[in-house]
Design a protein around this ligand. Structure first.
Ligand SMILES: C[S@@+](CC[C@H](N)C(=O)[O-])C[C@H]1O[C@@H](n2cnc3c(N)ncnc32)[C@H](O)[C@@H]1O
Length: 339
């Protein structure tokens, strides 16, 4: 069974999405934990799943050391020798720091035990949040109580095939970026999408920002040294308007076409979800950009099934395609990737 940790407010939408993705799927709703699903889901996109534990098994462990032993048993002789592996341990119970502290102690106990008995495994244990490559394996331990939870060991190269559903951030949680000088908090969405795909807007790159005002996404790109064409019906914040790297077009985002292929399309236009998805598909089909981050905004909760067309049509046009409800998203999801 694959386990999808989810908050109770998201569980019904995730369950619907799983049923649409794998008709006939057997779902197990685990109260306060998330959803278990028995189906072939590798390679799928699930906008409402921030993290996945492939082939998760229920574990009981009475002590910190017992947890550490379970984790090492799941890894030793299973993960490829001398290849990098990572360890995610996080709590899904209680209030305050108690669960976090227990998980920290479990991580320490794993390291201590490996120092004594399996130094080769310790040497290849990696502390990284980079996107999984074909060499890397991951063991996840999700404590739903001090003495019980779920364990998932996903070895290389299979993990790479799961990378659109298994986040390189523990529990799929990307810490909220802070920058008080940005025009609005919307900048956190772009920074989070970049972190999840392991690619950033770089110095000297070209970037089209559709629906750019007041300018947080342009602000991020300009601060990185990119050249930005911002398209909106309104101007951006005054200091950005004076920035030499910015060109503003007061125009309709849905009619704008770049003169040449750009490094980045970033789009946060307020529009009906179908329009934003059609815009992305048109840009992909026309090969107008090399990378993209596009927000798809919803008014209520009854339009999520529209995403299925995008999930079907976008991946074949991309080298890498992600679709996720970001930590920084409200009633939105974000499509991002590499063309
Ligand atoms: C959520 S805001 C964008 C915020 C921006 N990403 C930022 O970080 O500051 C959405 C923007 O889309 C713009 N917009 C909506 N429809 C548009 C259209 N058809 N053409 C151009 N801009 C549009 C609105 O004027 C608004 O500024």
């Amino acid at each position: 069974m694959h386990l999808f940790p989810a908050e109770p407010d998201v569980t019904p939408f995730l369950a619907d999405e799983l049923r649409r993705t794998a008709p006939g799927v057997v779902l197990r709703e685990l109260e306060g934990v998330g959803i278990g699903a028995d189906a072939d889901l590798q390679g799928c996109r699930l906008a409402f799943a921030r993290q996945t534990l492939p082939n998760a098994v229920a574990v009981q462990a009475v002590s910190i050391n017992a947890w550490a032993d379970r984790i090492i048993e799941a890894v030793a002789g299973v993960f490829p020798d001398a290849a990098p592996w990572r360890l995610h341990v996080w709590p899904g119970y209680g209030e305050g720091r108690a669960g976090e502290n227990r998980c920290e102690l479990i991580r320490t106990a794993v390291v201590e035990r490996l120092k004594k008995r399996r130094r080769h495994l310790l040497r290849s244990l990696e502390d990284s949040e980079a996107v999984f490559d074909e060499e890397t394996s991951l063991v996840q331990c999700f404590l739903t109580a001090p003495d019980g939870g779920w364990l998932s060991a996903c070895r290389a190269p299979e993990l790479h095939a799961w990378r659109h559903l298994v986040s390189c951030f523990p529990r799929g949680h990307v810490p909220w970026a802070e920058d008080k000088s940005a025009p609005s908090r919307a900048f956190a969405k772009l920074v989070e999408a970049e972190a999840r795909m392991g690619r950033r807007i770089e110095k000297g790159q070209s970037c089209v920002d559709l629906g750019a005002s007041p300018g947080s996404w342009s602000y991020v790109a300009l601060h990185r040294g990119a050249r930005v064409t911002a398209v909106d019906r309104s101007e951006l914040r005054e200091d950005l308007m004076r920035h030499p790297g910015l060109r503003l077009e007061i125009a309709d985002a849905f009619k704008f076409k770049p003169e040449e292929v750009v490094d980045w399309l970033v789009c946060d236009v307020i529009a009906a979800p179908q329009r934003s998805m059609d815009l992305l598909l048109e840009w992909l089909r026309e090969g107008r950009m090399r990378n993209f981050v596009v927000t798809i905004k919803f008014k209520g909760h009854d339009e999520y099934a529209l995403l299925e067309t995008l999930k079907r049509e976008a991946p074949p046009l991309c080298a890498d395609f992600y679709l996720t409800r970001l930590c920084a998203n409200k009633n939105e999801v974000c499509a991002f990737g590499v063309v």
